[in-house]
Design a protein around this ligand. Structure first.
Ligand SMILES: Nc1ncnc2c1ncn2[C@@H]1O[C@H](COP(=O)(O)OP(=O)(O)O)[C@@H](O)[C@H]1O
Ligand SMILES: [Mg+2]
Length: 438
């Protein structure tokens, strides 16, 4: 097991013909704390013209045994980052450490990392058993743990391993009792069966991938990674091809397995629910940069900027531009709200200026008419049974999402009053998008 350290990672790709090469990253409106923390670091990469910057200034330490989730919208660079860690892409700048080893110049197979992909990437012509065994057969099983001598030196009285391999191959299709099994093959067998048991896929070992459901294929792909007993698991959206129910099930299985094995894991997803339910910590990415690294509840309660606030939580947080009147008043053409005292020092700087008020759908509730409350027009009602979601119009520019209890009856076109739970509000700087601390 090992920690993984990403130090000032940059990645750019050569721009394709006819492609706009201006980087999407420099056009990014949000500044983040992460960036501030690193303002002293030397910008080691100045990508040559004609390149597209995909990742910029990525700094992340994944602790030994930690389950780290990388979450962000499609195209933000998550897969590229995983591929860099695995050694499948070349770095433009920065350093990657696995344990105490700088792996920048190591080929993938020497990094002691196993990767699970979205599309499973199983060998179609091999059985489940052989798919799991495949990587093991190729490695030198020098592990003491396996009780096998190192494959490096071959003592004179031993059969050379190539001869063994030929004999293993020749006898493989014979009935079990007649098959020749080398020491290595015995060790492989033991490991395959251990993993199959762990993942409850023992009955599937003789099937081909085409005879498996999506969920089963996914477990085989996991099995193949686990069997290698690597220092680090990298998983790239491994559940996206599964239906919702199976996804939820497999999600908790992966978390349980990871806890059991204690293997440092970096898990990529675009799905905030997956991120929130699986990660010890989550790194939120957007446009090639990390926006915030925090525990799930920290992200929810103290989002570093408007991007994180909107990305984490479903339905997303509502944003309403308001005017500040010190010490504690915020004003909108439709309502006036006095904030709790803790906000006073932070509102001073914004006196007479505008600020973005953020409020989650679950922190708005149906209320009585009052100057501090919002009169809204109901445009959509979604009754899910356990919760009801409303989409309501506040004014020309603002539509809000509201979560209410299912026993509250609201109809489309109703005019209703909403109150804001004042100690659940968030404020953001309208220029930078950064959280105003309170
Ligand atoms: N080999 C490549 N050459 C050029 N651009 C690439 C290459 N691989 C990925 N990209 C670009 O990098 C960006 C990030 O891609 P990716 O890492 O796959 O995002 P994600 O996994 O977050 O959806 C995308 O805009 C994609 O088009
Ligand atoms: Mg991807």
């Amino acid at each position: 097991m090992a920690q993984v350290i990403l130090e000032n990672i940059y990645k750019s790709f050569p721009g394709r013909k006819g492609e706009r090469v201006a980087t999407p990253i420099t056009a990014e409106p949000l500044r983040t704390n992460v960036e501030d923390d690193l303002s002293q670091t030397v910008d080691s990469s100045s990508p040559s013209p004609g390149t597209v910057n995909i990742l910029r200034r990525i700094n992340l330490t994944v602790k030994d045994g930690e389950f780290m989730v990388l979450v962000g919208p499609s195209g933000c660079g998550k897969s590229t980052l995983l591929r860099l860690i695995a050694g499948l892409e070349e770095l433009t700048g920065g350093k990657i450490w696995v344990g105490d080893t700088l792996v920048n110049d190591l080929p993938p197979k020497e990094r002691d990392i196993a990767m699970v992909f979205q599309n499973y990437a199983l060998y179609p012509h091999l059985t489940v058993y052989d798919n799991i065994a495949f990587g093991l057969r190729r490695t030198k099983l020098g592990n003491e743990e396996w009780g096998v001598g190192s494959g490096e030196e071959e003592k004179p009285h031993q059969i050379p391993s190539w001869v063994e391999n030929v004999v293993v191959g020749m006898t493989r299709s014979l009935p079990k009792k007649l098959r020749y099994r080398s020491e290595k093959e015995k060790a492989v067998d033991e490991q395959v069966r251990y993993v199959a048991k762990l993942l409850q896929i023992e009955p599937l070992l003789n099937r081909l991938p085409k005879q498996l459901s999506g969920g089963q294929k996914q477990r085989v792909a996991l099995g193949r990674a686990i069997a290698r007993n690597p220092q680090v698991f990298l998983m790239d959206e491994p559940l996206s091809n599964l239906d919702a129910k199976l996804r939820a099930e497999t999600r908790s299985q992966i978390v349980k397995l990871q806890r059991q094995l204690g293997t440092t894991t970096i898990y990529v997803t675009h799905d905030q629910t997956e991120a929130m339910t699986m990660g010890d910590r989550i790194a939120v990415m957007n446009q090639g940069k990390i926006q915030q690294i925090a525990s799930p509840l920290q992200l929810y309660n103290q989002p570093a900027n408007q991007f994180v606030a909107e990305f984490i939580g479903s339905p997303p947080m509502n944003f309403i531009p308001v005017q500040v009147k010190a010490p504690l008043l915020i004003q909108h053409s439709q309502f006036r709200l006095t904030l709790p005292d803790v906000w006073e020092p932070f509102l001073q700087n914004y006196d007479g200026r505008s600020i973005i008020l953020g409020i989650r759908p679950e922190h708005l509730s149906i209320a009585v008419p009052a100057p501090k409350n919002l009169l809204v027009h109901v445009e959509l009602v979604e009754a899910l049974g356990n919760d009801t979601y409303l989409s309501v119009r506040l004014d020309q520019t603002s539509t809000l999402q509201v979560r209410i209890a299912p026993d509250q009856i609201v109809r489309i076109s109703d005019e209703i009053w909403l109150s804001i739970v004042a100690d659940k509000i968030h404020l953001f700087d309208p220029q930078t998008g950064e959280r105003v601390r309170g």
